[in-house]
Design a protein around this ligand. Structure first.
Ligand SMILES: Cc1cc2nc3c(=O)[nH]c(=O)nc-3n(C[C@H](O)[C@H](O)[C@H](O)COP(=O)(O)OP(=O)(O)OC[C@H]3O[C@@H](n4cnc5c(N)ncnc54)[C@H](O)[C@@H]3O)c2cc1C
Length: 300
């Protein structure tokens, strides 16, 4: 059995890395990640990060846009929290070395995306995610308390209940069983605290912009350990990908529409005006349903 650490982080995307950096001054951290350390949804994110950064924008407007785009399903307290925390978390990224694209006056350049009534997308050209991942990784590599294990797949959580093999009133995680792909051995990674930061499960769908790692492992592990899982219908999706029957789909970024690109039929005729007042910049669920409807109606 391996010697334990204070923190075990499963996953090396933006969630796992920022958590690791936030706790590393309080104890030892081990990060396990199932492929190379950069492979994640984070690496592929393009458009950027929405946050209130201009004087003609406000928390109220960002909150309202989010609640509207959420079609009444958002938890208002969560929206409030995320929107209001945004600028400070962006400043963390800047402190950690992310240089967001600036405009001619050297202010942060803000783009616009679907569902947003204001320009509020901070970005690094159209490679925001890989630059963020790279900047965080430099901090991780330099931190003496953090150790990264690549090609290590967490297969299940270790819990008190699993060890004593009987019902207990309140179960607790003690770490995770982790498969070292290089030699096929499963190790016990013990930790006082374990963070599951394994991202989504986009690969449950036949067509997705998500990379192969997005298989929902963490959700399954948490579920098996007795955690409640909810909102499983809300997986990130993109309405516009390049489709090729023999190649992987890749994202045609919404930022294109933010700059004025329009969705149209094969004939060149636009159609989004029939579905929403924001036309091609309508929220993603509306755009996706409109495209689906057009394709089915017109057989394109
Ligand atoms: C093409 C694309 C474009 C996007 N564009 C944007 C955008 O413009 N703006 C925006 O806000 N969001 C965007 N997103 C969404 C954004 O990338 C994600 O919401 C975000 O990166 C999720 O971060 P995460 O750390 O939770 O998960 P991820 O970045 O997916 O990281 C999960 C990590 O867990 C690891 N892992 C998984 N299972 C295991 C296991 N069993 N054991 C060990 N490790 C495991 C993975 O290898 C990976 O390192 C985009 C996503 C894609 C795919």
């Amino acid at each position: 059995m391996e010697k334990g650490s204070d923190f075990l982080v499963i996953g090396s995307g933006i969630a796992g890395l920022t958590f690791a950096l936030s706790v590393a001054n309080h104890g030892t951290v081990r990060i396990v990640t199932k492929r190379d350390k950069y492979e994640s949804n984070t690496k592929y994110a393009q458009g950027g990060i929405a946050s209130v950064f201009s004087e003609d924008d406000s928390f109220e407007e960002h909150i309202n846009d989010t609640i509207t785009a959420g079609a009444g399903l958002c938890h208002k307290d969560v929206v409030n929290f995320v929107v209001k925390e945004g600028p400070e978390r962006i400043r963390d990224l800047i402190r950690w070395g992310v240089e967001f694209t600036a405009d001619a006056n050297k202010n942060i350049a803000l783009a616009r995306e679907g569902g947003h009534s204001r320009h509020r997308i901070l970005h690094v050209k159209d490679v925001t995610g890989s630059i963020v991942e790279e900047a965080l990784m430099q901090q991780i590599d330099a931190h003496p308390n953090i150790r990264m294990y690549e090609d290590h797949i967490a297969v299940d959580l270790i819990t008190v209940k699993k060890l004593v093999k009987q019902e207990i009133e309140r179960d607790r995680s003690l770490g995770a069983y982790v498969l070292d792909k290089a030699n096929g051995t499963v190790h016990s990674f013990l930790a006082k605290k374990t963070l599951i930061a394994t991202g989504g499960a986009g690969k449950a769908y036949l067509y997705t912009s998500n990379p192969d790692i997005a298989t929902g492992d963490g959700i399954a592990m948490a579920y098996r350990a007795g955690a409640k899982v909810a909102n499983m219908e809300f997986f990130q999706f993109h309405p516009t990908c390049l489709f090729h029957p023999k190649a992987k789909s890749f994202l045609i970024s919404e930022a294109l529409r933010g700059e004025g690109a329009e969705l149209c039929r094969i004939s060149g005729e636009t159609f989004m005006e029939k579905y929403h007042k924001m036309k091609s910049l309508a929220p993603r669920d509306i755009v996706a349903r409109a495209i689906d409807n057009e394709m089915k109606t017109n057989g394109e």
